[in-house]
Every structure is written in structure tokens, then in C-alpha cells.
Design a protein around this ligand. Sequence first.
Ligand SMILES: [Zn+2]
Length: 170
Amino acid sequence: MLQMSVAHLQQICAHAQRTYPEECCGLLLGQLDLMTEQKKLVEVWETLNAWNSEVKEIMTSLISETSEKTDEPGQKSHAKSDRYWIDPKDLLAAQRHGRDRHLDIIGIYHSHPDHRAVPSECDRAMAWSRYSYLIISVDHGSAIDYRSWCLDDQHRFQSELLKVIEPSSL
Ligand SMILES: [Zn+2]
């Protein structure tokens, strides 16, 4: 279960709308209860989408699956409109920031411009276990849906319960 406040969700949706038609991405800083596996979001850490041709080459060589063939007719070459990449420097900065505040990176959020809030094969290949993957669906510039996902033991995404609460009950 991932718990966050209305304000957090609004911040993430605003970020997703701002970067449309490109994907936005960012980190979720918070606390993980190891007993209950519940995650509580404390801080939203916006990052730049660092996807570029260099990252694309690395990822294409890592993911050997047919859907990655970009030379097929009707297949668009992957760009920031359907891919995201968080610079490791941003990850380190967020970790450093969180350390003093007893916060860990508990997940990653990104947007799907004009696409459902369902993880892609690339999302799955890049995903880490234990993280929450929050996806915002942005339709024609407006955030219309949001869903959180977690990997299971077979490295498949399962829908995760997302609890959005008012700040007073945090
Ligand atoms: Zn995605």
C-alpha cells in the first residue's frame, strides 16, 4: 500500500501536465514499514526526464524483446513522449537529502502522455523490486488517472493499493 496526501498527488499531476507531451518523472521519498510493507510518501522529488539517445542504446541492448524494434512500420522511435530516465546523479541527490530526514526512496513516478496508467514492457524491465511505480495518465494535457504498481516475485507488475488522504490524517 502506498499512502500519500492530496497535495502530493496534486503536485505530481501538475508536474505531469507541465511536461506534456513528454513524460515527467520523479522520486517518491518516504518511509517504508518493513512489517506491513506499507509505504508513506513524505516528499515528492521532481527530476528531469534524462532520456536521450545514449540511454536508448543501452536500454535497447538490455531489453531484447520484439516490441523494441523501432524499424517496423507504424512504430515510433522512442523519445521522451514514451520513455523516461532518471539521471543517477538525481537519485544520489535525493538519497542524500533523505538521509538527514530519515527518508528513503520508496518509489518512482512518471507519466504516460495519451496512454493508460499501465506499465510498459520497458517500465517493467527497468523496475526495481520494493519500489512503488506510480503512473499518471495524461490525456490531451490533463491528468485523468493515476495508478500505483509493484513487482511480484516473478518480476511482474501487480496493482498496488493507493491511499490518498487529507493532510490532517497523516
Ligand atoms: Zn511508462
